[in-house]
Design a binder for this molecule. Structure first.
Ligand code: GAR
Length: 202
């Protein structure tokens, strides 16, 4: 199976969805999580990893003199687990040059909006504030922009009049978790090519 390193910053429910799907069909899924990394301590995402018996690592920006030094440390910590794919599952940091040099084309991110609309750290809040009537989630490859890389798959969620950010995000995450599991499994099992902005499955 393909080796996955999953990066998290928060509750880790997307990580959990991957772990559950792999548990359900360890041979068929086509991938396994070999380590979980984070940019902060004491988050539920790391607890989920520990509960699953997985090695974890933490690289905090403030522990390094420069952003570049942090990026290099994150790259090396990730590379130590020799992943075939890196999954950014609620990882709230923009990775840098070193990371992309090493994992470009092999790093998948999930974002809670329909890109290219509402990129950045507040995709749900921004869609709501704009008055969008549909939004959703996007699984895409990471490139050197903010949520600009080639799109692999998207899921649509309708905005309700009574939605606040938390309620809308919760409905998006239900769709998102299924989409991420489906995409990661497909990438791992089938292989893929990136042709410009297009992700091609054989
Ligand atoms: C997810 O909705 C993910 O799309 C979002 O954080 C949530 C993490 O949830 N990521 C971003 O907003 C990245 N810009 P989780 O920790 O429960 O998996």
């Amino acid at each position: 199976p393909a080796r996955l390193v999953v990066l998290v910053s928060g509750s880790g429910s997307n990580l959990q969805a991957l772990l559950d799907a792999i548990d359900e069909d360890p041979h068929g899924f086509g991938a396994r999580v070999v380590a979980v990394g984070a940019d902060r301590e004491s988050i539920a995402g790391l607890e989920r990893a520990e509960r699953a018996g997985l090695p974890t690592f933490v690289c905090k920006v403030k522990d390094y003199e420069t952003r570049e030094a942090w990026d290099l440390a994150l790259t090396e910590a990730t590379a130590a687990y020799e992943p075939d794919l890196v999954v950014s599952a609620g990882f709230m940091k923009i990775v840098g040059k070193e990371f992309l040099a090493r994992f470009g084309g092999r790093c998948v991110n999930t974002h809670p909006a329909l890109l290219p609309s509402f990129p950045g750290a507040h995709g749900v809040r921004d869609a709501l504030a704009y008055g969008a009537k549909v939004t959703g989630c996007t699984v895409h490859f990471v490139d050197d922009g903010v949520d600009t890389g080639p799109i692999i798959a998207q899921g649509v969620v309708e905005v309700r009049d009574e939605d606040d950010e938390a309620a809308l995000h919760e409905r998006i995450k239900e769709v998102e978790r299924r989409l991420l599991v489906e995409v990661v499994g497909r990438l791992a099992r089938n292989g893929y090519r990136i042709e410009g902005r297009k992700v091609v499955f054989p």
